[in-house]
Write a protein that binds this ligand. Structure first.
Ligand code: 5GP
Ligand code: MG
Ligand code: MG
Length: 180
């Protein structure tokens, strides 16, 4: 159980399941990108924990850098996406993999794709730990997906509820909403 301000959350995806999924995602990426110059771009703040664990499992030589965007406040998407901040690595002719915590409406992902495509990478894909197919409004589904989940608010393992709850090993849902 996790109490954050007025809300009570309960475990939705336990840490063991998260770690097992990350190790298989990393194995798949190692295979698909063998021999290629890879730059991971992790999207802060939410993806910081996923990025760290993914990198510990991905053993090919690679670069990693971090950017910031924001489109979410409280428990509802604001539908607004700020600019990408902090990309100071050249990604031209490199194989870029965006690391996201969650793809919800897909607005953030689309925006990142548009902005990063302009830098002429050799390829551009996304790995997301979580994906909400029912909320998704984008054109292309993410290439690498950890867990497809129902359209309900989740928190923990990097994801926040009003900036709280990022510092947990499990992923939580509102109490009473867990359905898996
Ligand atoms: P988008 O709607 O653009 O796909 O998602 C934008 C951002 O909203 C995500 O990167 C994530 O930070 C946040 N977000 C989307 N769904 C959830 C959720 O269920 N819980 C939390 N904590 N953040 C979410
Ligand atoms: Mg995010
Ligand atoms: Mg947030």
């Amino acid at each position: 159980m996790l109490q954050l301000n007025d809300k009570t959350f309960e475990i939705f995806i336990p840490k063991e399941d998260i770690q097992a999924e990350i190790s298989s995602l990393a194995a798949k990426l190692e295979q698909d990108y063998a021999g290629k110059e890879v730059v991971f771009i992790a999207v802060l703040n939410g993806a910081f924990m996923f990025a760290a664990d993914l990198m510990k499992n991905f053993r090919n030589p690679c670069e990693i850098t971090f950017v910031k965007v924001s489109s979410y406040q409280g428990m509802h998407s604001s539908g607004r996406v700020d600019e990408v901040i902090g990309l100071n690595t050249s990604i031209k002719d490199k194989h870029v993999i965006i690391i996201e915590d969650i793809v919800d409406t897909g607005i953030t992902m689309e925006k990142l794709f548009t902005l990063l495509s302009g830098e002429k990478p050799a390829s551009l894909e996304i790995v997301t730990l979580l994906y909400k197919p029912e909320a998704f409004k984008g054109k292309h589904t993410p290439t690498y997906i950890g867990f497809s989940i129902p359209n309900k608010f989740v928190v923990g393992y990097g994801l926040d509820y009003n900036e709280l709850g990022r510092n947990t090993e499990h992923i939580y849902q509102l109490k009473g909403e867990v359905s898996r």
